[in-house]
Design a protein. Structure first.
Length: 184
């Protein structure tokens, strides 16, 4: 063991892209049209904010349980959601979820998410990425905290939490939250 200098690093980064456009996700095809405009370059975010986060103890334990095969509660497209709340308490590993008492919203993954290296070669090895679009009717209040949560009733565990300070979203805007965990 002497002379070993490499260590595994694990970190998470949040990115929020703020678009000044309304997207009513209840209208069939509207979210797809939004993403086509973004991908074509005709629609660009007004602002992009990035913020580091804290991996939560409960989330790290769930990752180890998944690795050793003692949990079947995967962070997949069905069960994974991004949660946004309005409590600005600093993030700590001992927290278990959003702290907000009333203003908190969990939104399902966008189509094709979450992603890893095997899904999209552009991400690189050691990456797990989640993404959710918060449209016109979603989370219209101050965005002060964020989590990635497994919402399966048998789990309800969050991987991470950040105290964000991203500003206040209104119904006139669509914000996209992306979270990336990287092991290197």
């Amino acid at each position: 063991m002497e002379g070993m200098v490499e260590a595994i690093k694990v970190f998470g980064i949040w990115k929020v892209e703020k678009f000044n456009v309304t997207v009513d996700k209840s209208i069939p095809g509207e979210l797809d049209r939004f993403w086509k405009e973004v991908q074509s370059g005709r629609l660009k975010p007004q602002e992009i904010i990035e913020k580091a986060n804290v991996l939560l103890n409960t989330g790290m334990l769930e990752m180890w349980d998944l690795i050793k095969g003692t949990s079947a509660l995967h962070f997949n497209a069905t069960d994974t959601k991004i949660g946004i709340g309005d409590d600005a308490t600093a993030a700590a590993a001992t927290q278990t979820d959003l702290i907000a008492a009333t203003n908190k919203t969990y939104v399902a993954m966008d189509s094709g998410w979450p992603k890893t290296r095997t899904d999209d070669g552009a991400l690189g090895y050691g990456v797990f990425q989640t993404k959710a679009t918060f449209g016109t009717g979603d989370a219209n209040y101050a965005w002060a905290e964020a989590v990635v949560k497994n919402t399966n009733a048998s789990s309800l565990k969050c991987l991470c939490r950040a105290a964000t300070g991203w500003g206040t979203k209104t119904s006139a805007a669509t914000w996209v939250a992306t979270h990336t965990i990287t092991l290197s």
